[in-house]
Design a protein around this ligand. Structure first.
Ligand code: PMV
Length: 333
């Protein structure tokens, strides 16, 4: 067999929803029952690094996550691979004598190696960074010409929240109306330079894998809860509008009120601090696990908050020393 290997490496940050996606109207295509808004973190802290490679020497598609080979047979991986392969275009590297046609891409097998620099499946949207990075790196490798929003619709089929990680800054996932999902895409509301004061603190209280997957959690709520229908129809649309306005105006009190209201748990520390100061200084929000994401109005408040957190919840072990990860919302400058 020919000896060449062609590879691409990409890095994608995770995103934290401030108005959450919760509930699907189509499980196969991953179409949500409401719009959502998130902040993409800078890649220095919580991100996935993925390398993808093809070679005529590879005999089947394989994937290693955090150093361990896992099965690629899951529907979500397969959907992503199929969608990307179907959009592959001709590639030529004259120097190395590599020529790959659209037809060749369908037969070439791919090897994928992916690392998260933060706890996987602990409710910190690891799948968002992971699937977005997979789609982005495969698209680069296979010379896919689609733009970010079209790629976001493919990432969405890997993990819903992943579609929002294709952009930096503040991002909205529009739920869309079409049954085929073509208009269920992510758009950027404001780029990473907007609202530069915000500081995001991730309090990793547990790196254990969460007990309930987002998928089964959502399925249970959609099947059993009347409230979730009310949330999707009446509550979220209004919140989305208000959140967009708060982001546009860098209005922290409204941003904090909306983010906290949309997250279903309470941190007394944050509430106490906000009460003490009179107006909100910090917002908290949780994804699907116990780990808190705190968004602070500015660096000074972040330092104060961190002091209190370290005092009240000191790291329990060496492994936890990294417990408080501070990030800007920015992506690569
Ligand atoms: O994309 P999933 O299936 O991992 O679901 C993510 C759900 C939340 O993180 C809880 C909310 C969100 O909008 O990211």
């Amino acid at each position: 067999a020919e000896k060449w290997v062609l590879s691409v490496t990409a890095q994608t940050p995770t995103n934290i929803a401030v108005i959450k996606y919760w509930g699907k109207r189509d499980e196969e295509l991953i179409l949500p029952i409401n719009d959502s808004i998130s902040v993409t973190l800078d890649p220095g802290h919580l991100c996935t690094t993925t390398s993808v490679a093809v070679s005529p020497a590879f005999t089947h598609d394989r994937i290693w996550l955090n150093g361990k080979e896992v099965s690629l047979s899951g529907g979500r991986f397969q959907n992503v691979l199929r969608e990307i392969r179907s959009r592959a275009t001709d590639y030529e590297d004259e120097k190395r004598g590599i020529k790959i046609t659209k037809k060749d891409w369908e037969k070439l097998c791919v090897h994928i190696v992916s690392y998260n620099n933060f706890p996987t499946a602990a409710g910190l949207a690891s799948s968002a960074a992971g699937l977005a990075c997979l789609v982005f790196s495969l698209a680069k490798l296979m010379n896919v010409k689609e733009d970010h929003s079209q790629l976001s619709a493919i990432a969405r089929q890997g993990s819903g929240s992943a579609c929002r990680s294709l952009y930096g800054g503040f991002v909205k996932w529009i739920m869309g109306k079409e049954d085929n999902g073509s208009d269920s895409i992510a758009v950027q509301l404001a780029d990473e330079k907007h609202w530069d004061d915000l500081v995001i603190i991730i309090a990793v209280v547990s790196s254990k894998q969460k007990e309930t997957s987002s998928t089964s959690g959502m399925r249970d709520t959609v099947e059993t809860s009347e409230l979730i229908k009310h949330r999707a129809k009446e509550v979220v649309p209004k919140r989305i509008k208000e959140m967009e306005a708060a982001i546009a105006k860098c209005d922290f009190p409204s941003f904090a009120r909306l983010a906290c209201a949309d997250s279903n748990q309470i941190i007394s520390c944050v509430e106490k601090l906000n009460r003490h100061e009179g107006t909100p200084q910090v917002a908290y929000t949780f994804d699907a696990g116990p780990n808190a994401v705190l968004i602070s109005k500015d660096r000074k408040t972040a330092a104060l908050l961190l002091q209190r957190l370290l005092f009240q919840f000191p790291p329990q072990s060496d492994a936890d020393l990294n417990s408080y990860v501070i990030g800007d919302k920015t992506i690569l400058k």
